[in-house]
Design a binder for this molecule. Structure first.
Ligand code: SF4
Length: 264
């Protein structure tokens, strides 16, 4: 059966970190510095404004660039399974995680999510086993935070993916660290946005760090705890290859326009 979730020890995703070493023969050897998992988008919040698999939105960054090749393969396999559940996808992802060597930080869900408490518990249990091998942390971002308790994620450094200020307030009240999508950064450093939210721009996006491996803000438990206590969100400027950025910007603006109407 084709896979609906997969995991890799040394992801070649440059955002996560790739070490390039020149060799004597003039070529360059490359090694990914973080492990990563990918799950079909059928594991995501079906109402996510960026979710193209369910047709409820568009603009997910994993629909563009190299990540999309893996994600499309997983989506094709998932679409052939009748009555596929979140727990079936999580079981496959947990199996894949338990095959990893545990020797680098683990980014869960370059694509995909856990949309139920039980699926989050299954994946986080496998992530805890991963951390137990050599102490390397796991981290992720979830659009399913309103339906999944923070406790279900266990020791995973999980961030609620937020589009609005109300999202940040609600996710923070549930105990989540938060990441907020913004149209653009108003500063390279910590700033307060127009909605009163404290935004710490992603270090890789601003160039303050080369990649996640070098930065570590999202998987350093002390850094995550400090941001929860101070209600600081990691900021992500709308991004995505192959036109996904423009679609994501449109989706974000539509959500923000609804928030402005509700607040008026
Ligand atoms: S803030 Fe740092 S760890 Fe988090 S996504 Fe950006 S570069 Fe990666």
């Amino acid at each position: 059966m084709s896979k609906i979730a997969t995991a890799i020890n040394n992801s070649m995703d440059y955002k996560l970190g790739v070490l390039e070493t020149p060799r004597d023969n003039g070529k360059t050897s490359k090694r990914g510095l973080c492990a990563a998992t990918y799950a079909t988008q059928y594991s995501c919040d079906p109402l996510c404004v960026f979710n193209e698999a369910t047709g409820q939105g568009e603009g997910c960054y994993s629909n563009g660039g190299p990540a999309s090749w893996t994600m499309k393969r997983l989506n094709n396999a998932a679409s052939a399974i009748v009555d596929l559940t979140s727990e079936q996808i999580a079981a496959d992802e947990a199996t894949e995680i338990r095959k990893l060597n545990g020797l680098q930080p683990l980014r869960l869900h370059v694509s995909g999510d856990c949309d139920t408490d039980e699926s989050a518990r299954m994946v986080s249990a496998a992530a805890a086993d991963y951390t137990a091998i050599a102490g390397f942390e796991s981290w992720t971002y979830t659009h399913s935070w309103s339906r999944v308790d923070r406790e279900s994620w266990g020791s995973v450094n999980v961030h609620a993916s937020c589009e609005t200020s109300q999202n940040v307030t609600d996710a923070n009240a549930k105990g989540y660290a938060t990441a907020k999508e913004v149209e653009h950064f108003e500063s390279d450093k910590l700033y307060e946005d127009a909605y009163g939210d404290l935004i710490l721009p992603c270090a890789q996006q601003t160039g303050r760090a080369a990649n996640c491996y070098e930065c570590g803000w999202c998987f350093n438990p002390k850094s995550v705890a400090r941001r929860i206590a101070r209600r600081i969100s990691i900021g992500f400027a709308v991004h995505g290859a192959g036109g996904q950025g423009a679609k994501a910007l449109a989706a974000l603006r539509s959500v923000l326009s609804i928030e402005m109407v509700v607040a008026a």
